[in-house]
Ligand binder design. Structure first.
Ligand code: FAD
Length: 465
């Protein structure tokens, strides 16, 4: 055993390993052409905040990189130990500490999954906001990264209230009202800046979040999923903005499917498309009292009619119950790998973003494109999450080369059209050096909190080497 391994053993017992068989599952992910594979040196599985503190002190003193991982489901390069070091696997810290019905909150540890949360809320009249992601995803990591949900158009993307963070030097920071002596830990907007926001959207490179207080919401009387078709993506823009602005939906996806994606995702669907034509569809989530859902459905039908859309039967078995998605919809993963550089933009430009994605995919002969756009938070109906999902095969070296070029060109072309910015701090996508003072300030904050740069190095605001 090396000295470091011995010291880690002293902290977590046999929950540390440097055996390559234990390390290799963490080596690479779908973003491998853009974020090169790299092995961590140790996998460590703490069970308490105190163990995390001891690990951080040891790592900081010895300048060893630390990569926190709460579930490791969709890494998009975020959990690759690009400079080796400790892969801090937090899956043992998986308690739902409390559910407070009156405050409509829950307190969770990083390893707690959406399955656990949904179970804990059963019978309380409350529900969690859940992503269309695997149910084994970490609630804390997903909310920390601000996910996208079937209800984001109405309820937005921010469901974190306050957090407990172990800083790189081992000290513990409580944010918002949790810092007030005897404070009730459920409000971020007190005392001064809301430091919870500072840690949100950061790819685990400022500290290790060991506890979070989250919002939970009343379970609606009815959740109805409707499916509509349009002839083009352009035709979906106006109704989408109206559905959001007029608060007719809890959430909605405007989507396109290239013919080969249609074949993969819905091989038996009668909604199939001609071999050379894209398919345009909308999924709408209606929620509320039965009366409200009926009234919203009527208003939506009127808008569909006046904009050239129509309701279609829901393809069977693909969607939602209480917003817990059945992932049979993700048949596209059979194609192999999924490239992503999701971003925020404005709804009126979605057709332009989509055309750019199509052109770049065509140029590099990677035509498994499925495009999704969802307005998040009503306001002007324009703020839109965009996800150009490109399915490809990382076992083909030629495709790997093409994917590297596609990534570079797609980023440049989307920035030329004009976007708000990238969805998450994806390495190989977000480049802090083009963000002016914002980028500089971000790097300064990172240096202030993590002077030895041990936290998940190689992620924005640092560049991938
Ligand atoms: C099929 C599929 C569909 C998906 N659909 C959706 C969707 O609809 N909506 C959506 O929002 N997401 C979706 N995702 C993405 C995925 O669910 C999220 O990215 C996920 O929440 C993050 O993965 P994770 O929970 O495994 O976190 P991890 O992979 O463990 O961590 C993600 C990042 O957070 C950091 N981190 C993790 N834990 C901590 C911590 N305790 N403290 C500090 N930093 C930490 C890590 O270092 C890493 O940078 C989907 C994924 C898949 C595979």
């Amino acid at each position: 055993m090396s000295n470091i391994e011995k010291e880690l053993f002293g902290i977590v017992g046999d929950r540390v390993s440097c055996d390559v068989a234990d390390l290799i599952p963490f080596e690479r992910d779908d973003q491998c052409p853009i974020v090169p594979p790299h092995l961590p040196d140790y996998v460590v599985q703490p069970a308490t905040k105190e163990e995390v503190q001891d690990i951080m002190r040891l790592a900081n003193e010895n300048k060893i990189p630390v990569v926190p991982l709460s579930a490791g489901i969709n890494r998009k390069g975020l959990c690759i130990a690009s400079k080796g070091g400790i892969l801090l696997d937090l899956r043992r810290m998986n308690r739902i500490i409390d559910v407070d019905k009156e405050m409509m909150t829950a307190t969770i540890e990083p390893g707690a999954t959406f399955v656990q949360l949904v179970e804990a809320l059963k019978g309380t009249g409350l529900r969690a906001i859940t992503p269309d992601a695997p149910a084994t995803v970490s609630v804390l990591a997903n909310y920390m990264l601000r996910g996208i949900y079937g209800s984001s158009t109405r309820y937005g993307i921010d469901h974190l209230l306050t957090i407990e963070v172990v800083l790189p030097n081992g000290e513990v920071l409580e944010t918002g009202s949790a810092a007030t002596p005897n404070g009730i830990p459920y409000s971020g907007i007190v005392n001064g800046p809301d430091f919870c926001k500072l840690f949100q959207g950061s790819p685990g490179n400022l500290g290790v979040i060991t506890k979070a207080r989250i919002k939970v919401y009343p379970m609606p009387e009815e959740i109805k999923v409707k499916f509509a078709m349009y002839k083009s993506i352009d035709a979906m823009v106006e109704p989408t903005i109206r559905f959001a602005k007029e608060d007719l939906v809890a959430g909605m996806w405007a989507m396109t499917f290239s013919p080969n994606i249609m074949k993969l995702m819905m091989p038996d669907s009668p909604l199939g498309t001609k071999d050379d034509e894209d398919f345009f569809a909308m999924v709408l989530f209606l929620e509320g009292s039965a009366d409200r859902v009926a009234a919203d459905e009527k208003a939506i039908k009127k808008i569909l009619k006046s904009t050239g859309g129509m309701f279609m039967p829901m393809p069977s078995d693909v969607m939602v119950k209480d917003h817990m998605c059945m992932r049979s919809a993700v048949g596209g993963w059979r194609a192999g790998n999924l490239y992503g550089c999701s971003f925020y933009g404005v709804m009126k430009l979605v057709p332009e973003y989509y055309r750019v994605c199509k052109e770049v995919c065509k140029k590099y002969d990677l035509e498994g494109l499925h495009y999704e756009a969802m307005p998040v938070a009503p306001f002007n109906g324009q703020l839109t999450y965009n996800d150009p999902c490109i399915f490809w095969d990382a076992s083909d070296p030629d495709q790997v080369q093409r994917m590297v070029k596609l990534n570079k060109e797609l980023i440049e072309r989307l920035l030329d059209v004009g976007i708000y910015g990238w969805f998450r701090a994806f390495p190989g996508v977000v480049d802090a050096s083009v963000l002016g003072k914002y980028g500089e300030f971000w790097r300064d904050i990172k240096r202030f909190i993590d002077p030895n740069s041990i936290m998940n190095p190689g992620k924005p605001p640092e560049a991938v080497e």
